[in-house]
Design a protein. Structure first.
Length: 733
């Protein structure tokens, strides 16, 4: 007689999670252990016994309910939420849940293969004794991304990709058949495939080799790939764009307001390749001025449902890296058909205003136009006209590489527009707008895109002239639609009020430099913020205070529900003026024309989704832009490793202090472990580190001398060596 073999358990993976998933996917239904076993595809006695035991455990923990003997269900439990995972560099994370006041802490062991940015379902533990909410991830609803950038470490029969992103807590296993030609040490793009229950690492396939780590093009392409941003246009999109009829034909002109005979010009950066806005100017018989803000009519060429529109929507924005622009639209449109180049007729979408001498709008018109740009100016040239009130442009600032004279009518237009812009800006400030004129760091690059110098870009009157009229067009278009009855679905640029706690923290920090904020009400808050931003101009703490003040503000976003724009002090605001580089502006043009044609309100659901996507892509592009600046700063400092620099302490942590070099705004870290003259301890209340023996204090805003210790291009990180406080260093030298 044969001996009976014992059935082996057939359940695999996390049984608790499997049971909860079955019950949650069938809310309102009751299940007994047999039905659970059938759903799991097991029928052996051992598996059934495990299920019976686990059902009892989950019921005892009140994660499921035993509604009658042996029958279980899960209610629409308040303990389960959906949110977005925000991973830290230390391996744990937080899930941001709209319904909860605080973020939910997720320990590394409870991440359950989720990555940063994933939309996840979590179970929140009811730990009454603990101050913060804690939870575990029960389901990954949507991956934020499936492609990652890293360096391949190749072994004999397989490889591992070590991911660049500091928040990634695991590397990727790659089998030999999926290396796709990548070699040991290559920087690559790896695509996530799966993470089997018993595997230590997720499995991936190498999709693209980016090059050798540290090389310029490799690192720039890595930045784009890290955020899932495109590099080149697909061939079929380029071909489609090249087939578009871009001629200025009589049939189309007849459908538009013809403004080709009105004085029109552009003012842009000296190195601009696309000009998506122009101003027209003429004085009316009643003494008022007719001023047109003319925007490239991108929506005339980019039609819904085409592959060109799909590509533009996916990109949602142009990306401005230090050494290149990754455009939203192919060059045939961005630099040609939709660029308002001088001495060319163009199809435009315009906001035309009658404005009195007090810079108040007395009449307005919106619609499609045809225009002709009489002149192109760089900001420096327009600034020269404003400062001298003359039209002789010297060779050293001329975009024509020679001196030339501007027509009298254009001089009058520029000077008048500047006076009106100053009045509009002054009124905006009185209404509570906040004046963020943050210094922009720019690099002088040689032919090989190597940084050979740093300079700072500040906004002068010519920049502010253009800004005010663009703001006027954006505000008035939003107001025009926003005030219509019944309500029309539209795309607004929204900016909420700042968080009180962040403002209080800012007040605490700036108080260390002798500044103060009055947070009594909205009016006092905005006026004291403006005074602070004005008072720090030119001081060592300016860049730090500017950055901290911006961080206290809520993040602007696109939405169909208008809440106004806090920073600009506008009740209605949108983006109408840059459709070459922003997809929301294309949507605004389409909706505006839709409503001018008397059509019914658009779909809220459709435009909500498009607004959310555009906001997400804008955030990714901004992060990529910041990373490219950081990369270029590290590259620049590589050539200055033996030099000594004066800097200001911009951040203090328990592992080191951040220092920004005053002459070039490059920021790096001095690690506490590298400060060998004493043992330094972190004092969070004082934003300081204090030497245990010497009592030497280094605090936020202190000036110190530093030297570059290490410039890591791959990690985009600078390590500094501390040479001493300003007083110590200068007394020795």
């Amino acid at each position: 007689m044969k001996k009976k073999t014992k059935n082996k358990p057939k359940i695999q993976g996390n049984l608790s999670r499997s049971i909860i998933d079955i019950l949650r996917n069938n809310q309102g239904k009751t299940y007994n252990y047999k039905q659970i076993a059938a759903s799991l595809g097991v029928n052996d006695a051992s598996s059934r016994n495990q299920i019976i035991k686990k059902l009892a455990e989950l019921a005892a923990k009140k994660q499921i309910t035993e509604v009658e003997r042996g029958k279980f269900m899960i209610e629409g439990s308040k303990d389960y939420y959906t949110g977005t995972l925000d991973l830290t560099t230390k391996g744990y994370g937080y899930v941001l849940v709209d319904e909860l006041e605080d973020d939910v802490f997720i320990a590394e062991k409870d991440l359950k293969a989720a990555f940063d940015g994933d939309t996840v379902e979590i179970y929140v533990f009811n730990h009454r004794r603990k101050k913060r909410s804690e939870g575990e991830i029960t389901k990954i609803i949507k991956r934020k991304r499936t492609e990652f950038v890293g360096v391949l470490q190749q072994k004999k029969d397989f490889g591992f990709v070590v991911i660049d992103d500091k928040s990634m807590y695991t590397d990727f296993f790659v089998s030999p058949s999926k290396l796709n030609g990548a070699k040991d040490g290559d920087k690559v793009v790896v695509e996530f495939e799966e993470w089997p229950d018993r595997a230590d690492s997720p499995f991936g396939t190498i999709k693209r080799v980016l090059g050798t780590p540290g090389e310029h093009n490799t690192e720039i392409h890595s930045i784009l790939a890290q955020y899932g941003l495109p590099h080149d246009f697909p061939e079929e999109v380029e071909e489609f764009a090249n087939r578009i009829d871009t001629s200025i034909n009589k049939e189309e002109i007849s459908k538009r307001r013809d403004m080709r005979n009105v004085l029109t010009f552009t003012i842009d950066p000296k190195d601009a390749k696309d000009f998506d806005d122009a101003l027209s100017f003429q004085q009316l018989e009643n003494g008022n001025f007719e001023i047109g803000i003319h925007i490239a009519d991108v929506s005339h060429y980019v039609k819904p449902g085409t592959i060109l529109d799909e590509e533009a929507y996916e990109r949602a924005t142009s990306v401005y890296l230090v050494d290149r622009v990754v455009p939203m639209l192919p060059e045939i449109l961005s630099n040609n058909a939709c660029s308002l180049r001088p001495n060319e007729e163009k199809f435009t979408f315009s906001a035309v205003f009658e404005i009195d001498k007090d810079a108040k709008v007395v009449d307005q018109w919106f619609g499609r136009t045809v225009t002709y740009s009489d002149e192109r100016f760089a900001y420096e040239e327009a600034q020269h006209i404003i400062e001298t009130e003359k039209g002789s442009i010297p060779e050293d600032i001329s975009i024509r590489d020679k001196s030339y004279s501007v027509k009298e009518e254009i001089i009058t237009a520029v000077l008048t527009l500047n006076k009106l812009a100053k009045k509009m800006r002054s009124r905006r400030m009185r209404d509570g707008a906040i004046s963020f004129d943050k210094v922009e760091v720019k690099f002088n690059l040689n032919e090989d895109n190597e940084p050979v110098g740093v300079f700072f870009k500040t906004a002068k009157e010519a920049n502010k002239l253009i800004e005010e009229f663009m703001l006027l067009a954006n505000r008035k278009v939003a107001e025009f639609i926003g005030k219509q009855k019944p309500k029309k679905i539209f795309v607004y640029r929204c900016h909420d009020e700042p968080d009180d706690e962040k403002l209080a923290a800012l007040q605490n920090i700036v108080g260390r430099f002798g500044h103060s904020l009055n947070l009594k009400d909205r009016s006092s808050t905005t006026s004291s913020l403006n005074k602070l931003l004005e008072d720090v101009q030119g001081k060592k703490e300016q860049n730090m205070v500017d950055t901290l003040a911006i961080r206290t503000m809520s993040k602007a976003y696109y939405g169909t529900e208008n809440i106004g724009h806090y920073g600009l002090a506008f009740d209605f605001y949108t983006h109408f003026t840059s459709p070459i580089r922003r997809y929301p502006d294309v949507m605004v043009h389409r909706l505006l024309q839709h409503y001018l044609d008397g059509e019914k309100s658009a779909s809220e659901e459709e435009y909500d989704e498009k607004c959310h996507h555009s906001s997400e892509m804008e955030n990714l592009a901004s992060t990529a832009e910041r990373d490219s600046i950081k990369y270029m700063q590290v590259k620049f400092m590589q050539d200055h490793e033996n030099e000594e620099f004066l800097g200001v302490i911009t951040g203090v942590t328990d592992f080191g202090i951040f220092v920004e070099i005053e002459e070039n705004k490059c920021e790096g870290m001095i690690r506490l472990r590298d400060m060998n003259d004493d043992h330094y301890e972190y004092n969070s209340d004082e934003f300081a580190i204090v030497g245990k023996k010497t009592k030497q204090v280094y605090t936020l805003g202190d000036e110190v001398y530093v030297k570059v210790k290490n410039a890591d291009l791959v990690k985009r990180h600078l390590d500094f060596k501390l040479l001493g406080s300003k007083a110590q260093y200068e007394s020795k030298n």
